[in-house]
Design a protein around this ligand. Structure first.
Ligand SMILES: [Zn+2]
Length: 381
């Protein structure tokens, strides 16, 4: 078997469902040592037992130049065993497709990154500057692996390749996402006195919810626009004869470049003011431990993008489509928090996050070749 394909199989055969990343992290660290490099472990605060590390390493050509970051996540989503036709934790080839959890998302990409690192560790004369490689935990959770590496300040680079599973179209822009908590106050009274007495917070919140979903968003030529979604509401008490005096509204907001959380809060406040609820509404960004992911788009004529397009054409003979993704992923952190232009591209497959996930061996082989050529061109000595 091709050693790259074997590497992919080995990674699939390690169960690395989000929350149990230690074994695959140690496996990757062992490979990195085998390349003659030093693996570094990074841990996030909530991982008190230290069993969910990310692994990173640096390959220095010894010559000044730019730095390329190769990055991918080592965790997968969980499985519902009874729905699988093969053992999800054993790579199984059927009719040219390889089945297993992570076969698509994203152990083929990890194998390609590792083999790219191995290739340049063996051929340091073929590049200048540095190659950084990061294999991060918790992407399928709260991305705490990537955020911890941000806090450590070790990921500084000029270009990044996120080896996520999208082969026929590379993503160069992503929307961002915020969540807001809105509290609408009314006035309690005995229900028998309503509506002469009391002010029903549920009714006010309902009107506000409709107004929020009708709020405009900025637009982007490729990311189209943002969205508003009122995703949860609660208030009132069915067991007492009291007019509801408070209602909680949870609002999800996808954003395009140029839309900040402050803008969104101001929009919600102005919608409340238009309904005469200015002094009855509190709005805040829902607190969370890791920062929210903001939107970004790398220009289509950026050398990272054009190099990927050229290398893809050289290897596959086809034109690579450039895509803009409506959701968020760790690429948002790389681009926004770390400020590194990033392309999201790697071997793909079928049934992402679903039962009977599978990947395509030919895309694994091609992606490695494309990554190698990208490094050779962007870090040409
Ligand atoms: Zn993924």
């Amino acid at each position: 078997m091709d050693p790259l394909i074997q590497r992919w199989y080995d990674l699939i055969n390690i169960r690395s469902v989000n929350g149990r990343e230690l074994e695959i992290a140690e496996h990757i660290a062992g490979l990195i040592r085998g390349f003659g490099l030093t693996p570094h472990f990074s841990r996030f605060d909530e991982d008190v037992e230290g069993v969910r590390p990310s692994v990173w390493t640096e390959l220095d050509s010894g010559r000044p130049g730019k730095t390329m970051l190769l990055i991918g996540h080592i965790d997968t989503v969980d499985v519902t065993l009874e729905n699988w036709k093969t053992n999800p934790f054993r790579a199984t080839e059927i009719d040219g497709k390889v089945y297993g959890r992570g076969a698509m998302d994203m152990k083929g990409g990890l194998a390609c990154l590792l083999s790219t690192l191995e290739y340049f560790a063996a051929h340091p004369e073929r590049f200048s500057g540095k190659i950084l490689a990061a294999f991060v935990s918790d992407e399928e959770g709260l991305s705490r692996g990537t955020y911890a590496l941000c806090d450590e300040g070790v990921l500084k680079a000029d270009y990044a390749v996120m080896a996520e599973c999208r082969f026929t179209n590379a993503a160069i822009g992503f929307r961002g996402r915020y969540s807001f908590e809105v509290t609408v106050r009314g006035e309690s009274a005995h229900a028998s006195r309503y509506p002469r007495r009391g002010e029903n917070a549920l009714i006010s919140a309902g009107k506000l919810a409709v107004a929020i979903e009708a709020l405009p968003t900025k637009t982007h030529p490729k990311l189209v626009g943002g969205t508003w979604c009122v995703r949860y509401m609660s208030g009132g008490n069915p067991d007492t004869l009291v007019v509801p005096d408070s209602c909680y509204v949870f609002v999800d907001r996808y954003v395009v470049p140029g839309e900040t959380s402050e803008d969104c809060i101001a929009q919600i406040r102005s919608a409340a003011a238009d309904l005469g609820l200015a002094d009855k509404v509190n709005v805040r960004l829902k607190p969370r431990k890791s920062p929210y992911m903001q939107s970004f788009a790398v220009p289509e004529d950026h050398e990272l993008v054009t190099t990927l397009v050229d290398c893809y054409a050289d290897v596959t003979g086809k034109a690579l489509e450039l895509a803009y993704d409506p959701s968020v992923c760790d690429s948002n952190i790389v681009a926004v928090t770390l400020g590194i232009p990033v392309v999201t591209f790697g071997p793909s497959g079928e049934n992402l996050h679903g039962d009977n996930e599978c990947g395509y061996p030919e895309e694994v082989l091609a992606s490695f070749e494309i990554y190698k050529r990208m490094v050779e061109r962007l870090l040409a000595p």
